[in-house]
Structure formats: C-alpha cells, structure tokens
Design a protein around this ligand. Structure first.
Ligand code: F6P
Length: 546
C-alpha cells in the first residue's frame, strides 16, 4: 500500500527517535558495504553520504517521500517548459541555456533553442573579441579590465564562477564585480583602473534595480568625465531582458545581450549574465562550463531516484532539516577558488526555498529552506569549526574537494585533502570521555585534574557531513557542481510543495527603502514610519546636523 506523506514523515520521525542516540560510526560496524552503498556518483564526481545517520530504511522512506510528493513529475514539468513558477506565470528553463544536445524545449509551443543558441554565439563572439583585443575602447586601446555591475543573481553566480575558473584566464582581461550601492564598492574598484582600458557590463534582468542603476550611472559619469560622452558607447555593454531600458541608458544595440523571463536571476549565470565569465576564461571554457551543467541535467532528468545525485543530496537535506531538526546547512569547499561558492548557494537556496506557504497559498506543513552559510577550508577550521565539533547546535556540512590541484606546489594539496578528510572523520567519530581520560592520564596528569579537564576535551561525534570529491575544478566540473546544487534546491522545493522560483520576500524592503530615501535624502517627514524608524531618522539628523 502506498503511504501518504504524513505517514512517511511519521515513520521517518520514529526512525530518527531510534537512531539519534546511536553513534553514526556504529552504523559501519556490521556493515562493510556502508561506504559503497551510501556513496553515489556522476562520472568522476562522488558524493559520500555514509557519514550521516541515514540507514537503508531511512533512505527508502525518503525515496518514498520523493515519490509521494511527485518529484519526478515536477522535474519533468520543468524540463518540458511548463509554467511551474505559478505566481509569476513563467516557465523555469535555465536547463535550456545549457542544453548542449539542442533537444527542442518549448515554451508556449515555440522551441526556445534557436534564440538561446543565437545569444550564446553573440556572447562568445563578443567575449573572444574582447580577449583578443579586436574590440577596443574609444581611444583604440584594448580592454585590460572588465567591471560587471549587477547584484544578486546578476552578480553572485558570475563572480563565483570567474573566481573559481581563474586558472583558465590565460591572459584574458581582469574581471571585477561591483554590486553594493555603498559608494565604497565602485570607488575602491575604480581606484586602480584606467578609463581608456576599462569596459563596463551592466547586468540586470529588469534594468531597474536601485543598486545597479546607481552604480551604472556613476560608472557612466566616470567614463564621460575622464574621456568623453561619446566614449560611453565604446565602454559599455548591457545584459538584460529589458532591452528598451538598456538602450535608453545609452548602450549601443549591438552591445546589448538579452535573455528571457523564464530565467530566474539566481539561475542566470548560464545566460548572457555569464558574459563576464566568458570574457574571463574564453568561449571554449565557458561552453565547457555549460556542457558540465548539461551533463548533470541529463543525469537528473534520466537517472532513477535511488541513484540520482541531486535527488539523494536533496533528501539528505530533508532528513536533516525536517526530521532531525537541524536549522542550518554549511558548505565548506576545500578550494580557495570556491571562496564565493557558499555566498552564491546562499542566494540560490534561501531565495528559492525561503518560503512559508505552499503553491496553493496554504501554510507549509514542513520546515522549508535552512539557513545556508559557509566559507572555504582550511580557513574555516580556524574560525567556526569549534562550534561544529563541540557546540550545542548541530550543523550538517557539505565538504567539496578536488583530487588534483592546478598548482604544482610541493605538498600543499595533500595537506589540504588530509585536512578535509580529517574534519569529516573527526565530526563523525568524535572522541569519548574514556579516551580523553586515558590520554590525559598517559600524560601524567593527576586524577582530579583529569576529571576537571576531560569534559572540555570530549567530542560528541555523529555530526553529519557529505563529502563531494572530484578530479579537478575545471569548467566542466564547476558546471556539474552548480547544476547539482540547483537541482538539489529544486527537489527540496518539490517535496515541500513550494514555489522555488519567485522571490516576493524581497519586495517589502525595496518599497520601504524607496520611501525612506525621501526621508533620508530629501528631508521628508518620517511620520508615516514606525516609531523606532522615526527615532533612528531623528538621531541620524542630529548626527548629520541637518
Ligand atoms: O532582490 C532580489 C533580486 O530580484 C534577485 O532575484 C535578482 O537576482 C536581483 O534582485 C537583481 O535583479 P536584476 O537582475 O533585475 O537587477
């Protein structure tokens, strides 16, 4: 008999009640196949889920949950171009942007692939001409620096990817990212740049976002004042779905790269929003990045749920969030070049799944998106790992590490991997009081002192981790990793029954900021705002003397 979702959740909770006091390391004792059975692959990429408290029974219940919540049907609807973003009446087709097989994908009956391929070719052509110095600035000099002005999905994805793929730059221009409306960001970025050799990319799906438009106007003033008004056309390009606004801004039509309303901002690095990445690493590497994502798409689209990497990663997240009650999710890549990975995932996951109502507008019955955070190892070990090992809050962590580095630099990479493996082992195995006491006694410590110190040196263990291990962080693998996390987010949203593709939660703050600008900049009365905000305005005015 098929179980209902509440029945499956009840069963999972009962399993957790039995498992929660059982050390995870014990799960390996009578089970020599545990590592093999709980590690899942896609090509050279392996995800080890064995260091979690999931048992075969748990996994089977979680797979039943995926089936009962219609994950496969929802996935197929996304790939088929159905308008699954119901609150905005839009299809969700970032997978079309990297559909290197060119299989037709239709929205409203029309295949989107010819347009997708057309823009991709323009992006690649422009990128390679900038790299080769065939497109130059107003004074005839080649571009040495490219500044992407955008925020959120128009910044985080490309900034992360350009940084991750820096070994593939091969003499391409330096790429910078300006996002914050804080004038410090653009000021500090431009301080070291030369107008004659700087190209600006204005990246905004809507071309109305306050931060981006403010920074774009300052960049245009910088070029116009240091060069000429006419130079603006040679030093700017735009990436947007709002072509008329980009033209109005003064950007030449052949420098505007479009995309479509079915590309969500946080899923847009695969579109023309990826232009800074294409300029940084060249068209060939950019296409390899897309091809890697397409490989993961095909895996997600065709692999049975029980061996489907994004599905399994998502289900382990559901287990930790909804059954074990762990409220946050950490991502720790042992790769300095993935230093922006957690920041990108934070938007991807929290903007997608930070929802409190289901698709039908009813309150969600399960906990939805966790708080996502992280930083690269080994640095993170010296910052927040104390809490991971011995704090009262349990944080499931994803570790990411490559077998091969890009550098030939002594034993740096061996030390990096050793640290990564050591952390997940320590988090799982822990160190019990008996072992601690024996160690202290062996050092000759008095029994009283041993008893006083021992509790501080105990590691409870059983702290869940998933390790992703792959050959090397090349464009293809970065594409696979990012697509893996996108689909992980999708599957979780599907299980929770929410819309992972809208973001109404960012609207209220934007509206209030617009009205408070009238108060802060133009001296309007703060009366209509709450008393606390009005109090802050009064203190601000006293500090500014106006
Ligand atoms: O404020 C959230 C958001 O709408 C994101 O979803 C989006 O990526 C970002 O702002 C930037 O929007 P745009 O690309 O339209 O400037």
């Amino acid at each position: 008999m098929t179980r209902t979702v509440p029945a499956i959740l009840r069963d999972l909770k009962a399993r957790w009640a039995d498992l929660k006091d059982l050390p995870v390391r014990f799960l390996f004792e009578d089970d020599s196949a545990r590592f093999a059975d709980f590690s899942f692959g896609q090509g050279d990429l392996l995800a080890d889920l064995s260091k979690t408290a999931m048992t075969r029974e748990v996994l089977s219940d979680l797979l039943a949950l995926a089936e009962a919540t219609g994950v496969e049907q929802k996935r197929d609807a996304m790939f088929a171009g159905e308008k699954i973003n119901t609150t905005e009446d839009r299809a969700v087709l970032h997978v079309a942007l990297r559909n290197r097989s060119n299989r037709p994908i239709k929205v409203d009956g029309a295949d989107v692939m010819p347009d997708v391929n057309g823009v991709l070719e323009r992006v690649c052509d422009f990128a390679d001409k900038i790299r080769a110095g065939r497109i130059r600035g107003a004074t005839g000099l080649p571009f040495t620096d490219v500044v992407n002005i955008g925020i959120g999905g128009s910044d985080l994805g490309p900034a992360m990817a350009a940084r991750a793929l820096s070994p593939y730059r091969e003499g391409g221009p330096r790429v910078h990212f300006v996002s914050n409306v804080d004038g410090a960001h653009i000021t500090d970025t431009l301080a070291d740049l030369t107008p004659e050799t700087t190209l600006f990319l204005i990246a905004s799906k809507t071309f109305t976002t306050l931060e981006t438009m403010t920074n774009a106007a300052s960049a245009r003033d910088w070029i116009a004042s240091k060069l000429t008004d006419r130079a603006v056309r040679s030093h700017f390009a735009a990436i947007s779905t709002n072509i008329s606004k980009a033209t109005e801004f003064g950007i030449a039509e052949d420098r505007i790269f479009g995309f479509w309303d079915w590309v969500g901002g946080r899923y847009s690095v695969w579109s023309a929003i990826g232009l800074p990445v294409a300029i940084a690493v060249g068209a060939e590497s950019f296409k390899a990045f897309l091809a890697g994502a397409h490989e993961m798409d095909e895996h997600f689209r065709t692999e049975p749920l029980g061996s489907n990497l994004p599905v399994l990663m998502a289900l382990s997240g559901i287990w930790h969030r909804d059954i074990c009650g762990f409220a946050t999710h950490g991502v720790v890549p042992y790769d300095q070049r993935l230093e922006l990975f957690a920041a990108h995932l934070q938007q991807l996951d929290m903007e997608s799944n930070g929802k409190r109502v289901t698709l039908s507008g009813e309150p969600a019955t399960m906990e939805t998106g966790p708080v996502v955070w992280g930083a690269p190892g080994t640095n993170a070990q010296h910052a927040f790992f104390q809490l991971l090992h011995q704090g009262t809050e349990i944080v499931p962590i994803d570790f990411l590490v490559a077998a091969e580095p890009h550098e030939d630099l002594g034993d740096h990479h061996d030390k990096l991997i050793a640290n990564c493996f050591a952390q997940s082992a320590a988090l799982m195995v822990g160190r019990d009081a008996e072992e601690v006491r024996a160690q202290l006694a062996e050092k000759g410590m008095e029994p009283d002192a041993v008893e006083a110190l021992a509790p501080h040196k105990v590691f409870p263990g059983s702290r869940p981790t998933v390790t992703l291990l792959y050959k090397t962080l090349d464009p293809r693998t970065l594409g696979r990793l990012l697509a893996l996390y996108e689909h992980r987010v999708f599957v979780q949203g599907a299980v929770w029954g929410i819309n992972s593709f809208d973001q109404w939660g960012v609207e209220l703050g934007k509206e209030l900021a617009a009205s408070l600008l009238g108060v802060v900049r133009d001296g309007a009365s703060p009366e209509e705002h709450d008393p606390s905000t009005a109090g802050l305005v009064a203190h601000l005015r006293s500090l500014r003397g106006r």
